[in-house]
Design a protein around this ligand. Structure first.
Ligand code: FE2
Length: 431
């Protein structure tokens, strides 16, 4: 018996040490001490071996456009949307595709191998849709790219948005998107949730709405999303992204709302890096945190995945394609400091987000697609603390990225000459 690749001696997220044998694009065995021959052996001893990082909320049509045609001076969501509106007529198919492919290279280097990207359909040319459909095909050997038809300027507010949403879905876009809090009235927002869920039900698609991304405690479109999910039998296929208004809602109302979301099996996708930056901009002090109620949703059995949302675009001037940065910020803003909670933050950028995206082929198990990452960390919590090097990234059985540990040379008398760029705990590995 021989395999194409064996990843030897790594520590799995559950703490077990095992070898992972890969044949073709599939995981063939996971057990300690595999002695069979292999085309290549990757030594992962002492390092965490995990399934790939997953980003369930991104905007690949806007990424890497920071500064085009100008920067967002106020830093608000609404100026970001206005700025994107200025950039949209200037976009070209080639430029959108080139930026998206450049971002996908960053993603692979960081072990981010599954991305759900919204794509704006409010430009009648639908050139971003065409460009990202081409990107989806080109990166398919190494990235699961899922596209959401996103009427950025409002399903009812923007003329042609309904028709363009349907056209995009006809062209092969995977998921139905929306933005009810950006419609002209609460009533239009409610109607848009119903219409979008009905489109998804008719076509057998998933739904992922930008939902209540506002500090207004009375923005309650998530209630309608849970209702329509249940009415149309869409449970398990629907996500509400952002849900930041829930941060500011009345506690009594939330005590009624959370069981309804759980009952409807609607998932939540908070985006901590972006919302800690965008929300609370109209507050003086104290300033509200820009995050929905993550721990409370967990307590009600609601599935939650952390999304990245933006990298270098009209809404966010930073970003690195590292989902561990997202987990790190989410952990802090949601105050998830218990070891079980920290561990959960790792799941929210890996397995929980994969489940929200419906990626049935994901995970470290025999028979699954052989995609994994080797991290310079001892366990998932240390991975969040260090946000370390991705020493090796394997996509569908192929090594697609490798990197050495980075070290600093110290020039101190009597001290070790080199230390790691980020310091692993002594119990995990000697520096
Ligand atoms: Fe978004």
């Amino acid at each position: 018996m021989s395999f194409d690749l064996i990843v030897k001696g790594g520590t799995l997220p559950n703490g077990q040490t095992a070898d992972i044998a890969i044949a073709g694009a599939r995981i063939a065995a996971i057990e300690p001490g595999i002695t069979a021959e292999a085309g290549r052996v990757v030594d992962a001893s002492g390092n965490l071996v995990a399934p790939p990082l997953v980003d369930p909320h991104f905007h690949m049509d806007a990424t890497l456009s920071y500064g085009l045609p100008r920067i967002n001076a106020s830093g608000t969501l609404l100026e970001g949307i206005a700025l994107w509106g200025e950039l949209k007529p200037l976009l070209t198919h080639e430029a959108v595709k080139e930026r998206a492919l450049a971002y996908c290279d960053w993603a692979v280097s960081m072990g981010l191998l599954a991305i759900r990207s919204h794509v704006d359909v409010c430009d009648d040319r639908l050139l971003a849709v065409e460009a990202l459909l081409e990107v989806r095909k080109e990166v398919a050997p190494h990235i699961d790219l899922q596209l959401v038809a996103f009427p950025q300027d409002g399903f009812y507010r923007s003329p042609g948005a309904r028709e363009n949403t349907l056209r995009a879905l006809d062209m092969g876009v995977d998921v139905v998107g929306g933005i009810p809090h950006f419609e002209r009235t609460m009533a239009d927002g409610t109607r848009s949730v119903t219409a979008l869920c009905e489109i998804a039900a008719e076509r057998g698609l998933m739904v992922d709405l930008h939902c209540d991304e506002t500090d207004d405690p009375l923005s309650r479109h998530i209630e309608q999303l849970a209702y329509e999910t249940q009415r149309l039998g869409l449970g398990g296929r629907v996500a509400g992204s952002h849900l930041t208004s829930m941060h500011s809602m009345d506690n009594y109302y939330v005590s009624k709302l959370l069981p309804l979301i759980a009952e409807a099996q609607v998932a939540a996708i908070p985006n901590p890096l972006i919302n800690i930056m965008l929300q609370g901009r109209h507050d003086s002090f104290p300033k509200r945190r820009g995050l929905t109620r993550v721990k409370e949703m967990h307590a009600h059995g609601i599935r939650v995945g952390f999304g990245q949302d933006c990298v270098l675009d009209p809404w966010y001037s930073l970003g690195t394609a590292d989902m561990l940065d997202v987990a790190f910020m989410g952990l802090h803003v949601a105050q998830m400091s218990h070891p079980d909670e920290m561990r959960r933050c790792f799941d929210m950028v890996t397995s929980e987000s994969a489940a929200i995206m419906g990626l049935d082929d994901y995970g470290l198990a025999v028979g699954k697609k052989a995609s994994l990452i080797v991290l310079d960390a001892g366990d998932p919590v240390e991975a969040i603390r260090l946000r370390p090097e991705r020493l090796c990234v394997v996509a569908a059985g192929k090594v697609v990225a490798e990197r050495d540990r980075q070290q600093a040379r110290l020039a101190l008398p009597g001290r070790p000459r080199t230390v790691a760029r980020r310091h692993r705990a002594p119990t995990a590995r000697q520096e």
